[in-house]
Write a protein that binds this ligand. Structure first.
Ligand SMILES: Nc1ncnc2c1ncn2[C@@H]1O[C@H](COP(=O)(O)OP(=O)(O)OP(=O)(O)O)[C@@H](O)[C@H]1O
Ligand SMILES: [Mg+2]
Length: 341
């Protein structure tokens, strides 16, 4: 099956582009904030990736981090940003950097919380330099309190030429709902902040996806209606449905009910007898390293679409409700060695 390109979201892309231009033109010296929220699988990450891809001029600096595990260590976002990055030239105490990067050799209890927060802000400042920069925060809902605090500080920092681009599920779905709600309120309260709530795909957009998948043939209206009813227009569910019927004719989509999705696992994260292919293990390693589908595709030299299919299979096999949960599952089962991200 060919990779599907993003459908719809034109208004959102245009608004994010305008937000980026406020950073580029230097109209604001504090960061511009954009928060994209929506249910699981609604397309937040794809929108973020597409927006960053389309920004002109290209960001001079791109710092991207995602919440990586459910019980994250402090400053998980920054640790994800620092992972695999050469920080030797940064003018920062090496032990503080080791701590912020969650290196196993880092000394414990060396810095007071306030001092660490200041060091974390300074680390980001040094990385951003003269900018213009994009700071991508994936899955804010799963971030640790220290990361949330850091993001609040960054959003209001003076002289930081950056777009702070945040993707999050609703605060109610967060690991710590009250903290997430407070962090989101703080981010959205920044002057000029952009707030987007992504909804499911409309029938015309679902039709567009089907047209792409079935080689340009427009699907019959009844098929589109049935697929919309079955998936609720959720792009993730749609992707799963299409992957489950790859290589078959469109009418096959109507035949079997969707297998119960992994979003409500009967036995979550039980593990044990799960059999993963070597490719799935590689993809899982990338998820543990906090990579996006696009980064995984680049890392393994396969299409984003194929990555999506592997991720879907991983979620189903591990009973995880999200890529974050799959990563935790991997960590719990000491599987596999994360690739350098
Ligand atoms: N507008 C779209 N057009 C086509 N495919 C889409 C669209 N939005 C998302 N998808 C596909 O749906 C799947 C889920 O999208 P994505 O990972 O961006 O969702 P998300 O909102 O970030 O989910 P999560 O809450 O789990 O992080 C991906 O395979 C993505 O390629
Ligand atoms: Mg996402």
């Amino acid at each position: 099956m060919m990779p599907v390109s993003m459908v719809g979201r034109a208004g959102e892309l245009a608004e994010l582009d305008r937000a980026w231009s406020t950073v580029v033109t230097g109209r604001r010296t504090a960061p511009t904030v954009a928060v994209i929220s929506g249910d699981a699988g609604v397309g937040k990450s794809l929108l973020v990736a597409a927006a960053v891809d389309s920004f002109t001029p290209r960001p001079a600096v791109l710092l991207s981090g995602a919440a990586r595990v459910h019980d994250p260590a402090p400053y998980d976002w920054l640790a994800a940003v620092l992972s695999g990055r050469d920080t030797s030239a940064l003018d920062l105490p090496p032990d503080a950097l080791a701590w912020l990067a969650q290196q196993p050799t880092a000394p414990r209890e060396r810095y007071a919380p306030g001092a660490l927060l200041r060091l974390a802000v300074r680390t980001v400042r040094l990385l951003v330099g003269g900018g213009p920069a994009v700071l991508v925060v994936e899955d804010l809902h799963a971030l640790d309190p220290a990361s949330l605090n850091l993001l609040g500080e960054l959003a209001t920092a003076a002289e930081l030429p950056a777009l702070l681009l945040v993707a999050t599920r609703p605060a109610a779905d967060a690991v710590a709902p009250e903290l997430a709600a407070r962090a989101l309120a703080r981010l959205c309260g920044v002057p000029g902040a952009v707030r987007q709530r992504l909804g499911p795909l409309r029938p015309a957009e679902v039709a567009e996806v089907l047209t792409q998948v079935y080689d340009g043939t427009r699907p019959p209206a009844a098929l589109v209606r049935a697929v919309c009813a079955r998936t609720g227009g959720n792009p993730y569910t749609l992707t799963e449905l299409l992957a489950a019927h790859a290589g078959q004719e469109p009418a096959a989509l109507l035949r079997r009910p969707v297998a119960p999705t992994s979003r409500a696992p009967a036995e979550p994260l039980a593990g044990g007898e799960v059999e993963l292919t070597s490719r799935e293990l590689e993809v899982l390693g990338c998820l543990v390293a906090g990579m996006s589908n696009k980064q995984v595709a680049r890392e393994l030299g396969i299409s984003v679409r194929t990555v999506t299919v592997h991720v879907s299979n991983l979620l189903r096999k591990t009973g995880a409700a999200s890529r974050t949960e799959a990563a935790i599952w991997a960590v719990r089962h000491r599987l596999p060695a994360p690739v350098d991200g």
